[in-house]
Design a protein around this ligand. Sequence first.
Ligand SMILES: Nc1ncnc2c1ncn2[C@@H]1O[C@H](COP(=O)(O)OP(=O)(O)OP(=O)(O)O)[C@@H](O)[C@H]1O
Length: 316
Amino acid sequence: MAETQSAEKHAPMITAKGLVKRFGAFTAVDGIDVEVRAGEAFGFLGPNGAGKSSTMRMIGCVSPPTAGSLRILGMDPVREGPAIRARLGVCPQQDSLDLELTVLENLTVYARYFGIPRREARDRARELLDFVQLSERANDTTEPLSGGMKRRLTIARALINDPEIVLLDEPTTGLDPQARHLVWDRLFRLKQRGVTLVLTTHYMDEAEQLCDRLVVMDGGRIVAEDSPRALIEEHSTREVVELRFGLDPLEPIAEKLDGIGERVEVLPDRILLYAPDGDEAGAAVTNRKLHPSSVLVRRSTLEDVFLHLTGRTLVD
Ligand SMILES: Nc1ncnc2c1ncn2[C@@H]1O[C@H](COP(=O)(O)OP(=O)(O)OP(=O)(O)O)[C@@H](O)[C@H]1O
């Protein structure tokens, strides 16, 4: 018995092997392998169209896989969808709140889908509004809430059934920086409570802030998988020098940087010089009598990892 419990405790929450989603002749998810462990925050990072939402919808048991295998909490999403959904919280990309209901009612009405008794639903709703810092708005209609408040309410709603896994599809897209930080803070606290978080994002800073591990997706495939730090160590240098040269053509300038740092990338508006020591690389540029209009030395990010792996930027 103890052995079974221990095995269950360490069993992955989600396992996908060779998972495929096709829409007609188009392959949106092209044979991905993923394992999400209990208590971690796991991310799918990639640009628009990478196949992140299609993957999330399969995990959320609303879209059947075309091929491959998928197990969620040890169950099959096609045959055991309702049993899985009872233990999942889902925060979709578009808020789907009932704008005419009050903030509190959005939670209590949703609780009915899970058969939560009225009184318990009310208590839990109040507790969750406290958690997402919306208690003061409990009896207001939902419509006039700001985007950030609506997103926090959607997160609270996803928690009404006390889920073991919470799926968040682009949790902060469209929010201003302050609202994003508030959402990140709540999600971080949720993780501290032991809830497993699975999120998609095309913001590299969000992935770095929240994810213990992530997969980088592009064109329906996984191009890399690890912790944010390990991905940066493996696929980039410690520092990056961003060089701008006004309107001068950049390719001929980039050729003159040969031998400085480890790698050069030319973007439409700037040159990125990858080097362990950015200041040293910046000085070497000046020594070659090149005169950039601006020089910025920064640490490598997941954006640099994505650029290195795919040759493209995450957010155009
Ligand atoms: N129901 C559908 N029918 C046809 N094609 C679809 C459908 N859903 C998604 N796709 C296509 O599959 C590809 C992957 O879409 P998906 O929404 O999974 O990407 P994503 O990485 O989540 O991007 P986004 O951030 O835009 O949601 C896209 O090219 C999209 O147009």
